[in-house]
Design a protein around this ligand. Structure first.
Ligand code: 5GP
Ligand code: MN
Length: 339
């Protein structure tokens, strides 16, 4: 994978471009994709954003979101665009399996693939150009760097700023995680100068749910959360019946995994949700608990040191049993025992 600055000189040559990101895009995935979309369009490129799956309704306000194609709903059109693309930008993921059934389509394409991502252990052999930097707060911060370092900081518009700001607050937990560096705050100052209304963006993402979601959270925290003080860990498990009863939609469970970390002493929080095709895990931790390795080793996943995800094809009961077993057996290695 060659360094990303090698493509800077080609920005002025209009191309057919596809931008894609991971399945069920979150604010960083969608924000970085649309931020880059607006930037590349300003040079006359023909750009389409393709999401491997649907996304949460709380992202629909993003400028350009109305034009994003959901691969699962528009396979033929997406495949034509990927086949015809000269550049494919891959944002906020670093291994093609994160794009689910879109992965073989991308793999087959002869387009130049460009990676911009901040997750650990990138599969760099899949990309010709790119940047992978785990010290970055978000892929949105990296798209900002791309714009500025390419010498086109003057192209930063309010639309770009709105998209990028969404991902930055998403991935830094509204500036509380360690990755919210001085440069992140300097970048936000620059984004503000475009006219960005940060209060509005925060409301669009976090104050835009229906009543049922809050009732669901109440139910889950009361009935589906188990705390192990012995291993400083909290587990939340959600059966399909809960999702149906509360009419839970994509995005409604986002952030739920963070709640138990507010309990004194809890260093790791895990949530598993019984989705149709798989049991989907999310892990969050504080300090020296490496949930990237935890997810990678036990649940076919990965991500960041303090935030990761994984999956299981076993039943909900079975994967919960596995979690408790591996927790007990590996607590000390993951700094989760009380020693
Ligand atoms: P979330 O729990 O919010 O879905 O994901 C937390 C972090 O882990 C995100 O950065 C996400 O991209 C990553 N992640 C989530 N699920 C998986 C997975 O199955 N595999 C890998 N490699 N990363 C994941
Ligand atoms: Mn991200």
């Amino acid at each position: 994978m060659q360094p990303i600055h090698h493509i800077f000189s080609q920005l002025f040559q209009p191309r057919k471009v596809v931008i894609t990101t991971h399945q069920k895009p979150d604010p960083d995935a969608m924000g970085s994709s649309l931020g880059l979309y607006h930037f590349l369009r300003s040079f006359g490129h023909e750009v389409t954003v393709i999401s491997p799956t649907n996304w949460a309704a709380f992202l629909d306000w993003m400028p350009g979101c109305e034009g994003v194609i959901n691969y699962e709903m528009n396979r033929e059109k997406s495949e034509g665009l990927v086949q015809g693309a000269e550049w494919i930008f891959c944002l906020d993921f670093n291994t093609l399996v994160r794009t689910k059934s879109l992965a073989p389509v991308i793999e087959r394409s002869s387009a130049t693939k460009v990676l911009i991502d901040h997750h650990q252990q990138p599969a760099i052999e899949s990309f010709q150009f790119g940047i992978s930097d785990t010290s970055k707060s978000s892929t949105c911060e990296m798209v900002y760097d791309f714009i500025v370092e390419s010498g086109h900081g003057d192209q930063l518009s309010q639309s770009i700023a709105e998209c990028l700001y969404a991902g930055i607050i998403g991935d830094t937990g509204s500036f509380r995680f360690p990755a919210a560096s001085a440069s992140v705050h300097r970048m936000v100052a620059r984004l503000k100068e475009t006219g960005l209304n940060h209060t509005q963006i925060h409301e669009n993402i976090y104050d835009n749910f229906l009543e049922n979601r809050l009732r669901f959270i109440g139910h889950v925290l009361t009935n589906r959360m188990e705390i192990s003080y012995e291993y400083n860990t909290a587990l939340i498990y959600i059966p399909k019946s809960d999702l149906l009863r509360y009419e839970i939609r994509t995005g409604d469970t986002e952030g739920l995994v963070n709640y138990p970390l507010s309990i004194q002493g809890i260093k790791m929080a895990a949530i598993v949700i019984d989705r149709d095709e798989e049991r989907k895990w999310s892990f969050r931790s504080k300090g020296n608990v490496d949930v990237n390795t935890f997810a990678r080793r036990f649940f076919e996943g990965g991500g960041h040191f303090n935030a990761s995800g994984g999956r299981s094809s076993a039943s909900l009961e079975e994967t919960v049993r596995t979690f408790k077993k591996v927790l007990k057996e590996n607590a000390s290695e993951f700094n989760l025992d009380n020693k």
